[in-house]
Design a protein around this ligand. Structure first.
Ligand SMILES: *Cc1c(COP(=O)(O)O)cnc(C)c1O
Length: 565
């Protein structure tokens, strides 16, 4: 236990998440939720906040994305070697799943902050000889398998997570549920709070619900219905029979199905959404609960390219620990910032060349677009009117780089990837477009830093926050986005970037028209005009967006408003 003793004495806030993006080589994340979890823990490490992260080891990762000749996504498991990055800990705990006890072991990943402080991350693993072969793979595939597989993973994460922390010597006073996937932890705490029947407790409720609520807080991440896990009660009885009596479970998790969001809402003393608009939407979705807003942020050191970071180091010392200082970005000489951006752009152009064989012109603007390929993100919006798009590109040439994975069971998302490849083909010779496969941390940084403009086209109001645009802003790259999520708070027209349409209407046709108009009449002419006018927007992206939308500010707020209550 020596390995852990520096942590167990101090780590008093447990942060449980189905996915955590620790580093590019560790595929324990699928997308925005995992990136946010990683940025949360990285900020905690920088700020010396006593967190301990808990997630699944996801030995087979999410998946590696390949694109075949026809433009179809192929998914390949991405097995990684935990022993290269983490240390196996001796503790074992068991959870009951169905008719068997399933043993868990834990691995320690040490997330080093900017000072000597580090945050421990516990990776839960069922790959043990003692387990039935079917149970060894429970922690293999992130978001893989069917509902039963998912529920097994959530039992391991929530119930196993709490037990493992105790077994390792942690005594958290707060449990932070990052999304509903880990909500069974609250049920485990509820069960532990059960009062022994006896004379002392006559008239008192069976469970100490207020103690559980004092310990739990919940961050909800999406207004999309499918993003909220629900399990039919017959499946719940099959896998976690006897865990807690039916009437108690239904009272907190819902009558129809076991709803993890419902469970988390009922058992948490503090609930928040991830942007102001998202908190409002969530309040309407969950009447009777008060949903606070703590707008997301991204981790400055992780998401700033080397050339731009070098400029910040020289002109805004201490920005890594105090990103609020980026508010002084107008102190940076125009040419210094522009040259640093060109270096990041050159690196992206090289990657495009290496991966696709396509040569981008460094003189022409690059528009970047990378996100999960799913219907509400509308990666096809730019391609609604191909002729108009081609006309704009003829008048004001630009180039486009795209990336993103579709969930293996999201047929619409896969269809969108296929359609994108057809559109790219159809525009060949008129507009240079490249789809880079296997969107992940390192590619993400390359893209947000090397593009000249970052595009986002979600269907309002379904983008809870969005974070890639914040990464762009850190790299002095302005956003062009639908007014949804964080951009409602970050957008100042023509100063920090540009809006597509207004904050109300959202019909595809209208938004596509607004997008074309903005590109053709405002943004591309500005890029091609006097450089200082463009650099003005770049600097304001840093000074008015990045100074605020970073995870250090976010964690200072969690610390003062959510963790200390
Ligand atoms: C930042 C990031 C995301 C999330 O970006 P959104 O703008 O929220 O869609 C997803 N995947 C990767 C690899 C990222 O770096």
């Amino acid at each position: 236990m020596n390995l852990l003793s520096p942590f167990t004495s101090t780590s008093s806030i447990a942060y449980l998440s189905m996915e955590i993006a620790l580093e590019d080589a560790i595929p324990t994340y699928a997308g925005g939720l995992g990136i946010l979890a990683g940025d949360t823990l990285r900020a905690a490490a920088d700020l010396e906040l006593p967190l301990v992260g808990v997630t699944l080891i996801s030995r087979a990762g999410y998946f590696k994305q390949l694109i075949d000749e026809e433009g179809n996504q192929q998914e390949v498991p991405e097995y990684w070697q935990p022993e290269k990055y983490a240390t196996r800990l001796p503790a074992r705990v068991a959870v009951t799943i169905g008719t068997r006890d399933v043993w868990l072991q834990a691995w320690l990943y040490v997330l080093q902050g900017g000072t000597s402080f580090a945050v421990p991350v516990i990776l839960l693993d069922t790959e043990l000889e003692d387990n039935h072969p079917d149970d060894r793979t429970i922690t293999h595939h992130l978001y893989g398998g069917d509902a039963a597989y998912r529920l097994k993973q959530e039992i391991v994460l929530g119930i196993g997570g709490v037990r493992m922390l105790r077994a390792l010597g942690f005594r958290p006073y707060t449990y932070h549920m990052n999304e509903g996937h880990s909500a069974l932890l609250a049920l485990e705490l509820l069960k532990q709070s059960e009062r022994e029947p006896g004379a002392n407790h006559i008239g008192e409720p069976r469970f100490d619900i207020s103690a559980v609520r004092r310990q739990c807080l919940f961050t909800t991440h999406t207004p999309v219905e499918a993003g909220h896990d629900q399990f039919p009660y017959p499946l719940v009885s099959e896998l976690m029979d006897d865990f807690i009596d039916n009437s108690t479970l239904r009272a907190y998790a819902g009558n129809e199905r076991m709803n993890l969001t419902c469970l988390a809402l009922n058992l948490s003393g503090y609930v928040n959404g991830v942007a102001k608009r998202h908190a409002e939407i969530s309040t309407h979705m969950f009447p009777g609960y008060s949903v606070h807003a703590i707008t997301n942020g991204v981790h400055p050191t992780t998401w700033t390219s080397e050339p731009i970071a070098a400029v910040f180091d020289a002109h805004i010392p201490n920005w890594r620990h105090e990103p609020e200082l980026l508010v002084r970005a107008d102190q940076i000489p125009d040419d210094t910032l522009w040259q640093a951006h060109l270096q990041a752009k050159t690196a992206l152009i090289q990657t495009v060349k290496d991966v696709s064989g396509v040569t981008f012109d460094p003189q022409l603007p690059i528009i970047g677009f990378a996100r999960r390929m799913t219907a509400y993100k509308r990666p096809d919006l730019l391609f609604v009117d191909m002729e108009r798009l081609a006309r704009i590109a003829a008048a004001h040439p630009f180039q486009l780089v795209i990336a993103g994975k579709a969930h293996p069971r999201d047929e619409t998302g896969k269809q969108l990837i296929h359609a994108l490849h057809k559109d790219i083909e159809a525009l060949r010779g008129k507009l240079n477009i490249v789809f880079l496969p296997d969107y992940r941390m390192a590619l993400g940084l390359k893209m947000v830093a090397g593009s000249d403009l970052w595009l986002n086209t979600p269907l309002r109001p379904l983008e809870a926050s969005g974070t890639s645009g914040m990464k762009a802003a850190l790299n002095a790259v302005p956003n062009l986005s639908v007014l949804d999520g964080w951009w409602i708070e970050g957008h100042i027209e023509g100063v920090t970037g540009w809006a597509i349409g207004d904050s109300e209407a959202s019909a595809n046709g209208n938004d596509a028209y607004a997008l074309y108009e903005k590109l053709e009449k405002t943004i591309l002419p500005l890029f091609n005009g006097p450089r200082d006018k463009w650099i003005y927007v770049m600097k304001n992206a840093v000074a008015k967006n990045a100074y605020y939308f970073n995870s250090l500010r976010m964690m200072r707020r969690y610390a003062t408003e959510a963790y200390i209550r």
